[in-house]
Design a protein around this ligand. Structure first.
Ligand code: HEM
Length: 100
């Protein structure tokens, strides 16, 4: 999974956060054949719809209520994760403000 989603031969610049890579020239979403976070085929993830809906509700809920920025003088969070049972982000500092 990590190799597939970080392969420079497929993505060019996999470590750059560039969501517009999934949009066509009219701004419409285009599904990329190599984007497979839930696997593929007969054994693909059974919880995909539940997971996608929950992630959407959680992420949009947080973004609607709070704004976030890296505090002055602190580095941006690393794009390289930390290994364990799964790959998790390294520790980072973030300033969270309630939106008005
Ligand atoms: C962001 C959340 C999730 C991600 C990224 C994810 C990803 C995956 C991946 C990559 C596989 C293996 C697919 C393969 O072998 O090709 C898988 C299998 C599976 N997932 Fe998820 N999953 C997520 C959430 C969930 C949830 C919420 C459930 C259940 C409520 C779930 C249930 C399953 C089950 C039962 C399988 C095994 C399917 C089988 O082997 O036939 N997953 N998932």
């Amino acid at each position: 999974m990590y190799g597939l989603h970080h392969d420079p031969k497929i993505w060019g610049d996999p470590f750059n956060f560039r969501p517009e890579r999934f949009l066509d020239s009219n701004g419409k979403f285009v599904k990329h054949a190599a984007l497979l976070p839930f696997g593929a085929g007969k054994r693909s993830c059974l919880g995909e719809v539940l997971a996608r809906n929950n992630l959407f509700l959680f992420f949009t809920g947080v973004m609607q209520r709070y704004s976030m920025k890296v505090p002055d003088g602190h580095p941006r969070p690393s794009e390289v994760g930390e290994g364990g049972l799964s790959i998790a982000p390294k520790r980072f500092e973030i300033k969270v403000k309630v939106r008005n």
